[in-house]
Ligand binder design. Structure first.
Ligand SMILES: *Cc1c(COP(=O)(O)O)cnc(C)c1O
Length: 440
């Protein structure tokens, strides 16, 4: 069977740590898939509305949000010089236009985690305040910043396990609302991310093990304590829906830029993927907005392709079972086991998954800085490998053929989601460039 062949190919290449593009044989028409899922468009809209309700409070808590009225959003940016540089380097992306969704500049948390992570903390705060009778209908979110509410929040812990960026988002938001915040960090977490959290009064618990262990430790500790709320990155609908709101915002931005998306103007989106929540939530939202005209691809490190493994070989496997070590500089993607919630929801919606080795991450990061003066972290560079895979690999070409996209490629939008970077310290970024320059 052709599908078994595809699966066998993916697992063999994955074990050899070879970059690959896997095309999802179970991709199905989005209309049909979406109506059968437990989460739908009204959940996305409700999340969007909640973020708008909270905007005045966020604007009050974070001066950097004054100009956007308390909405945390990133720009949609054309990157023609980057596209030209990629072509010179042989990573052809000539068909269509290359854009980035610059979550690398998201305020407050500096990464895509600002979307889901901050949303879940806000949802918890609102729910708790209502339960305690502290928030009446008709009151605005400003109420949740008043001293008597903060005093109640101070009796609660918001905890999370993280490789770094989720901890930054959750820790920063929780601390700003007056909660105690505890972040369980895996061994891959960068020292500067821990320091930044501690500077904000967040308790950082360091674990001498990987991300999955840090999550488990946090979950176990929270389970025994009614005053601890645990944000479970491996199984959270709130995170997922917070991420999905990006699609509604992107729809507006594309319209503002006169970038059409329809049957003749395909949108290809390349999303860096760790446990799966951020790319999954965003892709879920995009499918609601653009249906079959959007093609979503996830990007994983060759050392940590956990969502690829879950989709091809089964949701219970971890990449360690395949002899991989999760040894990657892409700390935001350094995850051994996928979220089952996400792989279940994405089963028939994701077009494919590709893997990238670390050297390429540093090359793309360096090109983007040289050509466009945009700073991203290594994880956020993974999506740039997408257009070349899609346009030039045999599997990518047959995908284009099967979906009758070949004569529409000139009108295509290739959107690379650059998921983090704003908070990277200068010396760390100089180190990234040093490594990239040596490779180019
Ligand atoms: C966390 C993260 C991702 C991926 O999100 P998941 O929900 O773990 O899949 C991508 N890029 C960056 C920079 C991240 O921090």
């Amino acid at each position: 069977m052709a599908e078994m062949g595809e699966k066998g190919f993916a697992i063999a290449a994955l074990k050899r740590r070879e970059p690959l593009l896997w095309i999802n044989p179970e991709l199905a028409p989005s209309q049909k898939v979406l109506t059968g899922l437990p989460l739908g468009g009204r959940h996305i809209k409700a999340a969007e509305a909640r973020l708008r309700w909270f905007a005045p409070l966020l604007s009050h808590l974070f001066p950097e949000l004054k100009s956007s009225g308390g909405i945390i959003e990133s720009a949609l940016v054309p990157v023609p010089a980057m596209q030209a540089a990629m072509e010179r380097y042989g990573k052809e992306a000539r068909s269509g236009r290359l854009w980035i969704k610059a979550d690398c500049d998201l305020p407050v948390a500096g990464s895509v985690k600002a979307r889901g992570g901050i949303y879940e903390v806000l949802l918890f705060a609102e729910t708790l305040a209502r339960e305690k009778g502290l928030l009446n209908s008709g009151q605005t979110a400003i109420r949740l910043g008043e001293p008597d509410v903060r005093d109640v929040f101070a009796g609660y812990i918001v905890a999370v396990g993280s490789t770094g960026n989720l901890g930054l988002a959750i820790g920063t938001m929780a601390a700003a609302l007056g909660f105690k915040a505890v972040v369980h960090m895996s061994a891959d977490a960068k020292a500067w991310k821990k320091r930044r959290l501690r500077d904000r009064g967040v308790t950082v618990v360091e674990h001498d093990a990987d991300y999955g262990s840090a999550v488990r430790a946090g979950r176990d500790q929270a389970a025994g304590d009614p005053n601890t709320y645990f944000v479970d990155d491996e199984d959270s609908e709130a995170l997922f829906l917070g991420y999905s709101v990006a699609a509604l915002r992107l729809q507006t931005q594309l319209a503002e830029q006169n970038r059409e998306v329809d049957g003749d103007h395909p949108l290809f989106v390349y999303l860096p993927c760790g446990v799966g929540g951020a790319p999954g939530g965003i892709a879920f939202g995009l499918k609601h907005v653009f249906g079959d005209d959007v093609h979503c691809f996830f990007a994983e490190p060759v050392q940590a392709p956990c969502v690829l493994l879950a989709m091809t070989a089964g949701p219970d496997l971890s990449v360690y079972d395949m002899g991989l070590t999760v040894d990657t500089e892409a700390d935001g993607l350094a995850v051994g086991q996928a979220s089952k919630l996400v792989t279940g929801l994405m089963r028939h919606l994701v077009s494919g998954i590709f893997t990238v080795d670390d050297d390429d991450l540093f090359r793309y990061l360096t090109f983007l800085y040289r050509e466009e003066q945009i700073r991203i972290e290594p994880s956020a560079a993974a999506g740039f490998a997408g257009p070349d895979f899609l346009l030039n690999s045999s599997r990518g070409k047959s995908y284009l053929q099967r979906h009758q996209l070949n004569d529409r490629l000139d009108q295509a939008t290739h959107l690379v989601w650059t998921t983090g970077g704003r908070l990277v310290p200068d010396d760390a970024f100089a180190g990234f460039l040093h490594r990239g320059n040596a490779l180019i």
